[in-house]
Design a protein around this ligand. Structure first.
Ligand SMILES: Cc1cc2nc3c(=O)[nH]c(=O)nc-3n(C[C@H](O)[C@H](O)[C@H](O)COP(=O)(O)O)c2cc1C
Length: 186
């Protein structure tokens, strides 16, 4: 399987990056082909321009070379994995900008056969995330609203809770979980 793994974090020494590394390590054990996109470090321009918006619903829209390049990476992949921290109970602005620009109408007909996995690191622990239906709302947003809007075949969310914990054992368990997710990914 060809996997496009997209990671979003300003710091390469973050837990988010460590989770992405362990996930990719697991994926590699499975002999998956991996394309890695570092949203904050590969020069992705998050500004949504007049040209991006112009004729956004038209099937004949001509996309900029930068946008087309990222659309082609998606088209070439069987599965898309996004690794990111929970910010304001949503995706970080870089990832939102990517979704706005790249998950565009030009791709919508091509997402039907793709799988998406959202790996989200939450500062809150599980009890915090269950309160006020935070977990349910976030999962619904990602699986039903975002993936559903793009007609993605299968979308799943994996939440890694309590990422600010001072327990080394807990942090190790999150990294082990990331590795297992990669290892068992089908
Ligand atoms: C701008 C910002 C917004 C955040 N918003 C939330 C939030 O809404 N809910 C939450 O549980 N944690 C929130 N956090 C905590 C992050 O989820 C946490 O810092 C992250 O998961 C830790 O991983 P990292 O070391 O890779 O950043 C926020 C952190 C930042 C910097």
């Amino acid at each position: 399987m060809k996997a496009l793994v997209t990671v979003t974090h300003p710091r390469k020494d973050s837990l988010t990056y460590a989770v992405m590394d362990r996930f990719v390590e697991g994926l590699k054990q499975n002999n998956h082909e991996i394309d890695l996109l570092h949203l904050d470090h590969d020069g992705f321009d998050p500004i949504y321009t007049v040209n991006d918006e112009k004729d956004w619903m038209s099937p004949d829209k001509i996309y900029s070379p930068e946008v087309r390049k990222e659309m082609d990476r998606i088209a070439a992949a069987d599965t898309l994995i996004y690794v990111f921290p929970l910010w304001q109970y949503s995706v970080p602005s870089m990832l939102k900008a990517y979704l706005d620009k790249i998950w565009n109408m030009g791709l919508f007909g091509k997402m039907g056969e793709k799988k998406v996995l959202w790996i989200c690191l939450t500062g809150g622990d599980q009890a915090h995330m269950l309160k006020y239906k935070r977990e349910e709302i976030l999962t619904h947003y990602l699986n039903v609203l975002v993936s559903g809007y793009a007609r993605v075949k299968e979308s799943k969310v994996e939440l890694l809770h309590d990422t600010l914990s001072e327990s080394k054992q807990h942090i190790e368990s999150l990294l082990d979980r990331a590795y297992q997710l990669g290892l068992e990914y089908k």
